[in-house]
Design a protein around this ligand. Structure first.
Ligand code: BDR
Ligand code: CA
Length: 317
């Protein structure tokens, strides 16, 4: 089967980098371009990281498009405590001599209109670029074969606030626009992504001894995430949030999906960015929101093995 053309929208970000590594190592996918967005760190840093990672992977043939440098409405919030000041933990990426192109939303519109029903958009950052594409051309996201977006928390608690997951918290208006867009959307919420963690022991016992440039990059990149978890007294694992969205596109049989009626809250000290699912039984006046396919379960061991095999050539035991 011909590989699926992909637009990869991202805010690298440690797990974003792991997701791009997986996408580029997957013969099922053909990454047409990488769009960057303000998110975990500023747009400039995200763009530099995307270019540096492509340089490290010797994939400078993949173009990078600069996207939104701020959310649609709210003030920017960053996740430097998790991803480090430069977004890549303790890893230092090579400097790329390739320049990023302008602009991500226009690139999305171009790809989706030139190849209707063919292109899959994998979005693993705040959804600002996707919302801007929809503003340029209303209805354009519905031309995608599929939009797979990591974001939100259906039943699980938030990770950026008590109620909100980071990507939705960082641009709630964009998340709301995408949920309401009519796109064939598969959401990959925290409910699923927190089922797959790269444990500290696996990193120490299996990845460190590999001693390759890519293994070294991964070990250095995840160090900050692990230290932050430890500091907070949480499990010392690196959740594979963003790689899971790639997994949905390459190995759908590993995932269990459920449909929910969803909308996104854009206001409120306690609720900004909350994904609201109407789970009432036969509500009077009908269910609120829009029907969205949500990944709620994953065969965690199978996915982790696939991830390690493809990104680091580590064979499962
Ligand atoms: C999401 O937030 C970001 O910090 C990660 O890169 C991921 O996309 C998880 O909530
Ligand atoms: Ca991300």
């Amino acid at each position: 089967m011909a590989p699926i053309p992909i637009v990869f929208d991202t805010d690298p970000g440690v797990d974003d980098a792991l997701a791009l590594m997986l996408a580029l190592a997957s013969p099922e996918l053909d990454v047409m371009g990488v769009c960057t967005v303000n998110g975990n760190v500023s747009l400039d840093i995200c763009t530099r990281n995307a270019l540096g990672l492509l340089q490290l992977l010797e994939r400078n043939d993949v173009p990078v498009y600069r996207g939104a440098d701020q959310p649609l409405v709210r003030e920017p919030v960053y996740a430097t405590e998790v991803h480090g000041k430069e977004g890549m933990g303790a890893a230092v990426l090579p400097v790329s001599h390739v320049a990023a192109k302008e602009n991500a939303a226009a690139f999305l519109v171009e790809q989706l209109t030139q190849r209707p029903e063919e292109v899959t958009v994998i979005a693993v950052g705040p959804l600002t670029n996707l919302a801007l594409a929809e503003k340029i051309m209303p209805g354009v996201l519905a031309k995608a074969k599929r939009v797979v977006a990591m974001g939100g928390a259906v039943v699980a608690p938030g990770n950026a606030s008590a109620t909100a997951e980071f990507n939705f918290y960082a641009d709630p208006h964009a998340a709301q626009d995408v949920i309401r867009s009519g796109a064939k959307l598969t959401l990959v919420p925290l409910d699923a992504t927190q089922q797959v963690g790269l444990a500290e022991a696996v990193i120490r016992e299996k990845i460190v001894p590999l001693d390759t440039p890519m293994a070294k990059f991964v070990v250095d990149a995840v160090a900050n995430v692990l230290a932050y978890g430890e500091q907070l007294g949480r499990d010392t694992v690196v959740y594979l949030h963003d790689p899971l969205a790639v997994g949905v596109a390459i190995a759908p049989s590993m995932f269990d999906c459920l449909q929910f009626s969803l909308d996104v809250e854009t206001v409120g000290d306690l609720t900004m960015g909350q994904l609201v699912s109407d789970r009432r039984q036969a509500p009077v006046g009908g269910r609120l929101g829009h029907t969205v396919n949500c990944v709620m379960g994953v065969q965690a061991d199978r996915f982790l093995n696939l991830f390690l095999e493809r990104t680091l050539n580590l064979q499962a035991e």
